[in-house]
Design a protein around this ligand. Structure first.
Ligand SMILES: [Mg+2]
Length: 174
């Protein structure tokens, strides 16, 4: 696998720093958001109100879908609150959930963008599938147990990405 498969199309500090107007201009119609540490904080086990408000606002211009490797019982109550669809237990980086989105909503790959905090699941999954990918910094320093191994791998990949001048932690771009 080439290192480029881990390089996001864009890299931003948080979901609030993404230029959604630009995405719209680029023809993006569907935003897939990761859940843990992208929209919700694993540290505090809470989902900040302003994050939910942002997703709600974005619904005016995009189809919003939460795609999470976490369980339905964790995702559903929050998504229901703001009436957003979700796919739980998505097994990212596998393409299964992305294929589901395409099949159900008839978007083409160049109309979909995934936004997430993990190189190994969100970015690798999106890149392999051929959609736009945006990496953001994790909302908290704590990770889910299932993520800990991914972070270990991610550190090694980040070091190689930095060596190759592809991506450097904290150097945001679009
Ligand atoms: Mg995450």
């Amino acid at each position: 696998m080439t290192l480029n498969k881990f390089a996001p199309s864009m890299y931003k500090k948080s979901i609030f720093d993404v230029n959604y107007d630009l995405l719209k201009k680029k023809g993006i119609k569907c935003l897939i958001f990761d859940f843990d540490n992208t929209v919700s904080s694993v540290n505090t086990k809470s989902t900040p109100k302003e994050n939910l408000q942002l997703l709600k606002k974005l619904k005016e211009n995009f189809k919003i879908i939460i795609v999470s490797n976490n369980f339905k019982r964790k995702i559903k109550p929050i998504c229901d609150k703001i009436e957003i669809e979700f796919i739980s237990f998505a097994l990212k980086p596998l393409a299964r959930s992305f294929k589901k989105v395409i099949k159900k909503y008839k978007f083409s790959k160049d109309e979909i963008c995934i936004i997430g905090d993990q190189l190994v699941s969100d970015i690798l999954g999106g890149n392999k599938f051929g959609i736009m990918t945006i990496l953001i910094e994790p909302l908290s320093t704590k990770d889910l147990k299932i993520t800990k191994f991914n972070r270990f791998i991610e550190k090694k990949i980040l070091a190689r990405l930095e060596e190759s001048n592809i991506l450097e932690r904290g150097k945001y771009y679009e």
